[in-house]
Design a protein around this ligand. Structure first.
Ligand SMILES: [Zn+2]
Length: 377
């Protein structure tokens, strides 16, 4: 959203546009500078004592590949007509994003959204958000906090450079090449019981809480897998938050995927129960994000065996952008055992018999996955 009228008013009111537009890009391969009206004198005119918005006037970018490590990064440089604070936050829904807020600025009318090749960034949008500019970078995969850096550079009149906000993003490390053997013996399997602690998850009409069901099923899965010789990494073993009570959803989900990543799990399975406003809706579904060639295979193997185990409506294995299946660095799937919002399925979900059946379905699904993945091609 660009406000042209506001921009024109700003052109009249702006005072500190000394050399904002004359600066040349400091990074190789940057887009050519956009010609903008050049104001050379500093005039303290217009409304004084009022916090006037600075203008984000020009954006350029460059890719960089480290000659030694081969690591790729992207640098985005934004000229601002005066000092401004910038900060960023990584979000996961609906897609992974880095959202950078440049305080007290408006995007100039020459600032256009950018499309990238998707290797590091998919696209960048410049939005007005209250008194700030919100720079929204859509990413092909979730970022760690250590994968990006936001900083500002002061104006440098001598070298004709304006105040600048710089965003550096490193391309996350490529996923390893996976090769699997058949069988569960010695496999490291991360099991993530959805929700927990301060987060009950969905609550059924009979007050059954999702977090209780997911933990019960996960514990059954754990003991079955261990009997089969697998090593199990649980993201939680009790009714607890993984990151901390009342944490943001991103912190909580990040903590869960980090456990699986740090422990180098072979696969990751997140266990949930579904919920919908229409209580007649029911069934079992499994979600995957195809970041490796095995994610869909894992989800389909789990879904098929959950169908055999629970015999509910087949809502299939579907692609999705969920944080934990996207950010884990191994094949991952998220299962929705049944609908806790459906009174019949809520009863099933809270019954130890059904919990054990679905746990067996998950274990058989994992077994089937490893035997499929072990086959060449
Ligand atoms: Zn859930």
């Amino acid at each position: 959203m660009r406000k042209i009228v506001l921009f024109l008013v700003l052109v009249i009111l702006m005072t500190s546009w000394t050399s904002a537009f004359a600066a040349s890009p400091s990074v190789a391969g940057a887009k050519p500078a956009i010609a903008l009206p050049k104001l050379t004198s500093y005039q303290q005119t217009g409304v004084s004592g009022v916090n006037r918005a600075q203008e984000l006037s020009k954006v350029r970018w460059a890719n960089h590949t480290d000659a030694v490590t081969g690591a790729a990064s992207l640098r985005l440089v934004m000229d601002v007509s005066g000092p401004a604070e910038a900060s960023g936050v990584v979000t996961s829904a609906p897609t992974p994003r880095l959202v950078v807020t440049v305080k007290g600025t408006v995007p100039g009318k020459e600032v256009d959204d950018l499309d990238f090749d998707g290797k590091i960034v998919d696209k960048v949008a410049f939005n007005v958000s209250g008194k700030d500019t919100r720079v929204v970078l859509d990413l092909p995969q979730a970022l760690e906090d250590s994968d990006y850096r936001i900083f500002t550079l002061p104006s440098d009149a001598k070298n004709n450079k304006p105040f600048r906000v710089v965003i550096d993003i490193n391309k996350p490390l490529p996923l390893p090449d996976f090769s699997f053997t058949a069988g569960l013996q010695n496999k490291v399997i991360a099991i993530d019981p959805g929700h927990g602690g301060s987060d009950p998850g969905a609550i059924g009409p009979g007050r059954v809480q999702e977090k209780t069901v997911t933990l019960a099923v996960a514990q059954n899965v754990k003991s079955l897998l261990e009997k089969a010789g697998a090593r199990v990494v649980m993201t939680r073993q009790n009714d607890q938050d993984v990151f901390g009570p009342n944490a943001s959803a991103v912190d909580e989900l990040k903590a869960r995927s980090t456990i699986a990543n740090v422990r180098n799990a072979d696969v990751f399975v997140s266990i949930h129960a579904d919920s919908f406003t229409d209580r007649s809706v029911g069934g079992t579904s499994t979600y995957y994000y195809q970041k490796t060639k095995y994610d869909a295979m894992l989800a389909k193997a789990l879904q098929a065996n959950l169908m055999d185990a629970g015999n509910l409506q087949d809502r299939r294995a579907n692609p999705a952008n969920f944080y934990v299946i996207k950010r884990t660095r191994m094949p991952a799937a998220l299962v929705e055992l049944a609908f806790i919002s459906n009174p019949n399925e809520e009863k099933l979900l809270s019954s130890p018999d059904f919990q054990q059946k679905m746990a067996q379905g998950i274990v058989r699904g994992l077994e089937r996955f490893f035997s499929q993945a072990a086959k060449p091609n």
